[in-house]
Design a protein around this ligand. Structure first.
Ligand code: COA
Length: 165
């Protein structure tokens, strides 16, 4: 298995892996595959990495810009992240997330947020941060990872594609 940026011919398989992964997740909107597609079409898929196993795509992670109080501030959101149901729990998600975060840093991003289970995401350096608020979810499920000293303060919004899909 190796992790690499998506290529245009990967789009269908990425959608399939995403839908299959989230089918079994209790907190799925059922639209995660469409969100990835919409982000790509909107030019907002800043980082899109696949886990490639001899040509089969068995995992995917997306990073897209977020706004804080409506202002783009060099921060990004991790997600959706997906691993094929039959390959979950074998470290593929962790590889995708670590490689994606390293790429974001290398691009000069200021930080990254994630919405998810702290028992999983804390291992990658994400922590609850009172400065960044995401209404509608219990606060411990919304975590941030600054790459420098500055953390903007206020309400976070993901790219509109998360709602439109
Ligand atoms: C979440 C997901 C991307 C993780 O990828 P993965 O390759 O299965 O996970 P890894 O092998 O890197 O890590 C396995 C560890 O994560 C834990 N884990 C996996 N998914 C988890 C979740 N949703 N919540 C909490 N812990 C989780 C496992 O219990 C295991 O813990 P351990 O290392 O302490 O034993 C993958 O399981 C998946 O696609 N799930 C369905 C879609 C989903 O929920 N996406 C994330 C939405 S926030």
């Amino acid at each position: 298995m190796h992790v690499r940026p998506e290529r245009s011919k990967d789009a269908v398989m990425i959608c399939e892996v995403t839908q299959a992964a989230f089918e079994q997740a209790e907190y799925s909107s059922g639209t995660e595959g469409a969100i990835v597609r919409a982000l790509r079409e909107a030019g907002a898929l800043t980082i899109s990495l696949v886990a490639d196993e001899e040509g089969d795509i068995v995992g995917h992670v997306a990073f897209s810009p977020i706004v804080v109080e409506g202002i783009e501030s060099g921060w990004f959101g991790l997600g959706p992240v997906s691993v094929s149901p039959d390959r979950q729990g074998t470290g593929i998600g962790a590889r995708l997330i670590r490689d994606g975060l390293a790429m974001l840093r290398a691009k000069g991003a200021c930080g990254c947020v994630v919405l998810g289970d702290p028992r999983y995401y804390e291992r990658f350096g994400f922590r609850e941060d009172a400065r960044l608020r995401y209404p509608g979810v219990p606060q411990e499920y919304f975590m941030a990872q600054p790459f420098g000293d500055e953390v903007p303060t206020g309400e976070v919004a993901y790219h509109p594609c998360f709602g439109a899909a």
